[in-house]
Design a protein around this ligand. Structure first.
Ligand SMILES: NC(=O)c1ccc[n+]([C@@H]2O[C@H](COP(=O)([O-])OP(=O)(O)OC[C@H]3O[C@@H](n4cnc5c(N)ncnc54)[C@H](OP(=O)(O)O)[C@@H]3O)[C@@H](O)[C@H]2O)c1
Length: 337
């Protein structure tokens, strides 16, 4: 069935109990609370993907109370496709619930040809967000990020652009992503001075990638800025799916993704050892990997991707057990060292 084929369209009635499935946590010192698990549309929403599956994922998310959907200008492929497909699903299913959703997008990576299609100029950020809003059929996003640091544009220009984006009504909040701690600190101070506080930093953080623990998490906590951890399952490596080899149609099986087969093979001994600890805790490895991040009060939400609605159901259902004994933490630290 095609999503445009209205004759086959199944009307969507959201779960009335959608806010009874997941807890919400305050994001830094802001007025916003986020679900402990948020949903990213980096993968599985491109033009080659099955949009009915995407619809199932988004409906399931909303039914579970996962109201934060994260996009970017260049998610696809091709660039823009995830926002276009999300916009179609907004139209069919979610327009009546716009105020319940917290939708983010970003700009700062390669998007269109020429000198203005990338990085952090005022020109790039405002033009890109205007394109994103059209693709998503939205009047505004709840959160707009500068996607990565720009080595050349003055930070002040980038932050002034974010401030303008809020003042012009295109976004309610702004954030930064992939900024190292010192640059994040400077950006947050500039935004404060402009009167548009930085809501959140979106940083890669998982058991396999712990760079944020050096300085960033403390910096954000001191400044009252939230942290949302992206790729919390290390793109699927921190699940049990690779324990017995690389399954067909998994991310590592797809040469078009950033997850290399060799990386999975290198990590396999650690994956197996962590899997054993998870099983001894009565948890799946993915549930343990998410719990391990959420045990840190400085983490506001974990931003997962899923290739099926069932994966999201499992991730939300697995949120119960977030306590770790000292012995478990020591054993995990030894594996990750
Ligand atoms: N700011 C940035 O620069 C940046 C960069 C990257 C990502 N992000 C954001 O972070 C989001 C998440 O990134 P990610 O997709 O790499 O996150 P991830 O959660 O680490 O990995 C997602 C993959 O894990 C597997 N998975 C998830 N739940 C599972 C379960 N219950 N059982 C088995 N496998 C499961 C699936 O793999 P299979 O596909 O193999 O089934 C899924 O595609 C993105 O969508 C995007 O919004 C931001």
């Amino acid at each position: 069935m095609d999503i445009n084929d209205k004759s086959g369209y199944q009307h969507y009635t959201p779960n009335e109990n959608r806010y009874h499935n997941i807890n919400y946590k305050r994001c830094g010192q802001s007025g916003i609370t986020l679900p402990l698990i948020s949903l990213g549309l980096w993968h599985n929403f491109g033009h080659a993907d099955d949009l009915l599956k995407g619809q199932d994922i988004l409906r399931t998310a909303f039914d579970l109370g996962v109201v934060h959907f994260d996009l970017a200008n260049n998610y696809g492929p091709p660039y823009g496709a995830a926002e276009t497909n999300f916009g179609r699903l907004m139209n069919t299913d979610f327009t009546p619930y716009r105020d319940e959703l917290f939708i983010s997008s970003k700009a700062g990576y390669d998007m269109w040809p020429g000198p203005h299609g990338n990085f952090g100029s005022r020109k790039h950020l405002i033009s890109s967000l205007d394109q994103s809003l059209k693709r998503m059929n939205l009047d505004y996003v709840d959160l707009f990020y500068h996607h990565r640091p720009d080595p050349e544009t003055p930070l002040y220009e980038t932050m002034c652009a974010l401030d303008y984006i809020v003042r012009s009504g295109r976004a309610l909040y702004v954030g930064i992503s992939n900024y190292p701690a010192d640059m994040a600190s400077e950006a947050i101070d500039i935004l404060d001075s402009l009167g548009t506080p930085c809501l959140i930093h979106q940083a890669r953080y998982s058991m396999f990638d712990r760079w944020v623990e050096d300085d960033l998490l403390d910096t954000l906590a001191q400044k009252g800025v939230g942290c949302i951890a992206f790729s919390p399952l290390a793109q699927g490596m921190l699940t049990s799916k690779y324990v017995d080899g690389i399954p067909e149609r998994s991310r590592a099986d797809n040469p078009m993704t950033y997850l290399q087969r060799e990386t999975v093979e290198q990590q396999l001994p650690r994956i197996k050892a962590l899997n054993k600890i998870a099983l001894a805790r009565g948890q799946s490895l993915s549930d343990m990997a998410i719990a391990w991040l959420l045990k840190d009060q400085r983490v506001s939400s974990v931003l997962v991707g899923v290739s099926s609605a069932e994966q999201l159901r499992q991730n939300v259902a697995g949120l119960g057990k977030t306590q770790f004994s000292e012995d478990e933490l020591t054993a995990i630290a030894r594996i990750l060292a």
